[in-house]
Design a protein. Structure first.
Length: 315
């Protein structure tokens, strides 16, 4: 059955909402962990603590919505989601953000949309057209070039923090792709909730052990609660539903906007400057995303013709 245009449109809107929420993650994480010169919370505490807070909220939500227990075959994919977006991405990115600025982190994480699309295409057995991959590659290149230009003299060097960010990117791509697949048979909000519950027995003791003993600035605590409630929980409600409705391959390209939104949010949060370079590259990426969403995507299990423009996938 071909995905309907209105479902794709709603998927893109929900995906964009999720990206807006996630765009604050890097600036807020940086604010929570501080810098090497002025440290705040440890990256391990931020990662485990945010997942613990979100898991408690998830338990309440699952009870209120009377969520049925996942079927036996769903627990393994839920475990993969937990490893990707409950453990891997928060841990690796939180540790890395102590040592790199948000702008530099966007250099590495700028390839996340392409990674997510690749995972989605493999999981859904889709074959995006050459035009789609050209748009995805061009958009990713624009993000990387922009971030390199903004990084100044620091350049693009693979240091320890960069390798952690690459691992975080890989974890997020897998977690997004598998979560989107699960969201086709489970409620999207229940997917992230069950994944958080799976991770609670490990995250809770780690969070308690890593709880900061020194004084922490109030703004760091506000940042922590943002990444716990929004980045780790509510953002996935919109994101997984958007991926399920519009198709992982296509909706994932909306993530190309995330680094630029992060820059906008970083102005009041971290004191970064918004200039003509940011606006110019942002408009270029918006154009590429718009063109990319019109490209056909073929289901490799079907002998039918490729889906027309705006048709994200077949199922």
């Amino acid at each position: 059955m071909t995905t309907q245009p209105h479902a794709i449109r709603n998927g893109l809107l929900l995906g964009t909402l999720g990206v807006v929420i996630f765009a604050l993650t890097l600036p807020m994480t940086r604010l929570a962990v501080g810098s090497a010169a002025a440290p705040q919370m440890s990256g391990v505490f931020v990662a485990a603590g945010r997942a613990t807070v979100a898991a408690i909220l998830a338990i309440v939500f699952l009870a209120v919505t009377r969520a049925p227990s996942p079927k036996r075959g769903d627990w393994l994919p839920l475990g993969v989601v937990a490893l990707g977006v409950v453990f891997g991405f928060p841990l690796f990115s939180s540790i890395a953000m102590r040592h790199v600025e948000a702008v530099h982190a966007s250099v590495i994480l700028g390839v996340l949309p392409l990674a997510t699309a690749s995972v989605g295409a493999w999981l859904h057995r889709q074959r995006p057209s050459a035009g789609f991959w050209a748009c995805a590659g061009l958009g990713t290149a624009l993000v990387v070039v922009f971030a390199v230009l903004r990084s100044g003299q620091s350049g693009l060097t693979l240091k320890g923090a960069d390798l952690l960010l690459l691992l975080a990117m890989a974890c997020a791509a897998v977690g997004y792709g598998v979560g989107a697949l699960l969201s086709q048979r489970l409620r999207a909000d229940h997917v992230i909730c069950w994944a958080l519950v799976l991770g609670l027995p490990l995250n809770l003791p780690i969070a308690l052990a890593e709880y900061p003993q020194e004084a922490i600035k109030i703004e760091a605590w506000w940042a922590f609660f943002y990444v716990a409630v929004f980045s780790q929980w509510l953002g996935f409600f919109a994101w997984y539903r958007g991926l399920a409705l519009g198709g992982t391959v296509r909706v994932s390209q909306v993530q190309l906007l995330q680094p630029f939104l992060s820059m906008v949010f970083a102005v009041p949060i971290l004191g970064e400057r918004l200039d003509a370079l940011t606006v110019g590259f942002g408009l270029a990426v918006v154009t590429v995303v718009f063109v990319g969403r019109t490209m056909p995507v073929r289901n490799t299990l079907s002998t039918s013709k490729p889906t027309p423009p705006l048709g994200a996938k077949s199922s």
